[in-house]
Each structure stands twice: as structure tokens, then as C-alpha cells.
Design a protein around this ligand. Structure first.
Ligand code: BEZ
Length: 242
């Protein structure tokens, strides 16, 4: 079996040394959503910008009930020292003296190997692969809801990670899907598995179908918010189809 995690897998309840002490992942997450994200190396430029952005967005993740936890192969001592650089470079005005999320010290590479987080093209001075820029979004049921794997050379977009959290949390409770570049508040799509009758009863604010050359009626939108007072039928049709 290849190491790694597939969508729907339960993330192992591993024990780890972190900047806030020893944790067991499931206990750390509790009933929250979680984002476990790795970076290649402390004291490197792209990683410094990424963890700074994660720090600045931390309150937005908290508002959504999401706990962040970072990981790399560096030591706790390096994590603590580097945290000061991250805060100084990205958050000087906030006056914070510690990062608002823990960083795991996976110095023995056990987690990185087991979770399939290594980048074969990026190696340390001994020729050993470093961690890639991996993002695992974990639901309150501890199952993997989404994963991203970027090479060391490409920094991530944490606004996009926040955006996909909004989609994951919406689609966890509602039978809808979110279209390309969707943002909260915009119309959502009716999944193909729903019949016209089911869609009509599930979405009282209306289902708006785009006419297509094939004549097939699969491009169906509905307002994200279904409260009748939100908008008139004409408003809804306009906002979903234009
Ligand atoms: C960086 O964070 O800048 C970086 C780390 C490892 C490889 C390439 C870039």
C-alpha cells in the first residue's frame, strides 16, 4: 500500500511533539474542523510568507470552527525561533508573541512518510526529501474532506483554503455543490443526482436552469440562502443565471 490519505479516510490519531507540547491529533481537534498543513523547512522565504498569511487569517478560520496545525521536519527549537521571524515579518502591528496555531516537529519523518507528505525533488543537505506543501482538511468526524499537495517551489493561496472550507461546510449539510470560483452568498448548483421534483421541494427559493445546445437540463442553480424574503423570483433568477 502507498502511504498517504484518501478522501473519506480517518486521519490517524497520532501523537506528536508540537510548539504547544505533546498532542494527540483527535483530542487536539475535538469537535472542530481541522487543517493539518506541512511546509518544507523553517527559516525559508516562501514558508515564512505562507505561515504569516495563515497567522493573519487565523481568526477567520476560528470563526468557522477550524483549528490549524502545521508540520515540518525541523526541531521544536527551530520552530520556536522561526516563529519570531514569521510574526516580525507578517504581523508586527498585532504585537502577538506566539503563532496562533501549533507546529509539529516531525524530526524522525514518521508522520510525513505515513501521510504521503514528502516532495521527492526537494532534499536536505543529506539528500533526504523534505516535506511538500500539503493541506489536509479534516471534518469533525476526523475524515479527510479535501487534500492539496503543492511542491516546495510553489506557495499556496490561503484565501483559497478559506474559500474551500466555506464550500465544504456548506455542502456537508446541504445537498448542493459550489461552482467554479464560488464565493459565499453566490448561487450554488443543484447536484445531478437530484430529480427535478426533489430539487423543487428542497429549494423553495427556486431552481434556475441554463438553456444549453444539448437541450439537457443539468446546469441548475439555486440561491445559497433559501429564505423566501431574501429576494424576489426575478432577483434570484437574475443572480443565478447572469
Ligand atoms: C521556501 O520556503 O522558500 C522554499 C523551501 C524549500 C524549497 C524551496 C523554497
Amino acid at each position: 500500500m502507498m502511504p498517504g490519505l484518501l478522501l473519506g479516510d480517518v486521519i490517524p490519531n497520532f501523537e506528536a511533539e508540537t510548539t504547544v507540547g505533546k498532542i494527540k491529533l483527535h483530542e487536539f481537534l475535538g469537535d472542530s474542523w481541522g487543517i493539518l498543513f506541512s511546509h518544507p523547512r523553517d527559516y525559508t522565504p516562501v514558508c515564512t510568507t505562507e505561515l504569516g498569511r495563515a497567522t493573519r487569517l487565523c481568526s477567520k478560520f476560528s470563526e468557522r470552527g477550524v483549528k490549524l496545525i502545521a508540520l515540518s521536519l525541523d526541531t521544536l527549537e527551530d520552530h520556536h525561533g522561526w516563529s519570531k521571524d514569521i510574526l516580525a515579518y507578517n504581523c508586527e502591528e498585532s504585537g502577538c508573541c506566539s503563532l496562533p496555531f501549533p507546529i509539529i516537529a516531525d524530526s524522525r519523518r514518521e508522520l510525513a512518510v505515513a501521510l504521503g507528505m514528502l516532495d521527492p525533488d526537494e532534499r536536505d543537505k543529506d539528500g533526504m526529501p523534505l516535506t511538500a506543501r500539503c493541506v489536509f482538511i479534516i471534518g469533525p468526524d476526523k475524515r479527510l474532506k479535501l487534500s492539496l499537495l503543492y511542491p516546495a517551489s510553489t506557495g499556496r493561496n490561503f484565501d483559497e483554503i478559506l474559500r474551500v472550507v466555506d464550500s465544504l461546510q456548506l455542502t456537508a449539510t446541504r445537498r448542493v455543490a459550489t461552482p467554479v470560483d464560488w464565493k459565499p452568498g453566490e448561487c450554488v448548483m443543484v447536484p445531478p443526482a437530484l430529480s427535478e421534483e426533489e430539487a423543487a421541494s428542497l429549494f423553495p427559493a427556486g431552481v434556475y436552469t441554463k438553456d444549453l445546445p444539448s437541450g439537457r437540463k443539468y446546469l441548475r442553480y439555486t440561491p445559497q440562502h433559501q429564505e423566501p424574503e431574501d429576494c424576489t423570483d426575478a432577483d434570484a433568477q437574475h443572480s443565478c443565471l447572469d
